[in-house]
Design a protein. Structure first.
Length: 163
């Protein structure tokens, strides 16, 4: 479902998948390069995300496909959000040819599709989505600890008063 201006070579494409965004890099002729993981995360893998340093890990294949196939019925837009200067097209093209078809380790927090696309475009890996998740997770933990400490304090005070 196209809902944007036509992308040009090297544009980062943000595809809205509902709870998360998938990222691809436009490489011309209606094609994009992106990461494909073999399966969607299961509940047990999501639990590992919160309970293990391995995070949500698997392998991903670097794939070239048409933008319409990758987006499917999802809305997408050009989002070159880092506003850094993109690397030269010739460098990006060499990396695309070198990487396509290879399998790489995938980690939702450290090496996801957004990290991959920002690396191709700028030469450095970034993921605002992963950073925002970690920020929200840490804030949630702090809130929980604060509420638990407040409840314990209230319980201790109530216990002291009842004696």
């Amino acid at each position: 479902m196209q809902n944007m201006a036509l992308p040009t070579f090297g544009d980062m494409i943000e595809i809205n998948r509902g709870r998360y965004k998938h990222w691809a890099l436009y490489i011309g002729n209606e094609k994009v390069i992106h990461l494909v993981t073999p399966e969607k995360p299961s509940r047990s893998r999501c639990f590992r995300l919160c309970s293990s340093s391995s995070s949500l890990c698997s392998n991903a294949t670097i794939t070239v496909d048409t933008l319409n196939n990758v987006a499917g019925q999802n809305r997408y837009q050009i989002n070159n959000y880092l506003y850094l200067t993109a690397r030269e097209d010739t460098i990006i093209k060499k990396d695309v040819e070198k990487m396509r078809g290879h399998t790489i380790p995938y980690n939702v927090l450290k090496c996801n599709c957004e990290h991959f696309v920002t690396f191709l475009r700028h030469g450095q890996s970034e993921s605002k989505q992963a950073d925002d998740f970690m920020k929200d997770f840490i804030e949630g933990c702090c809130l929980f600890v604060g509420l638990a400490a407040g409840a314990a304090s209230t319980a201790a005070a109530a216990s002291t008063l009842s004696k």
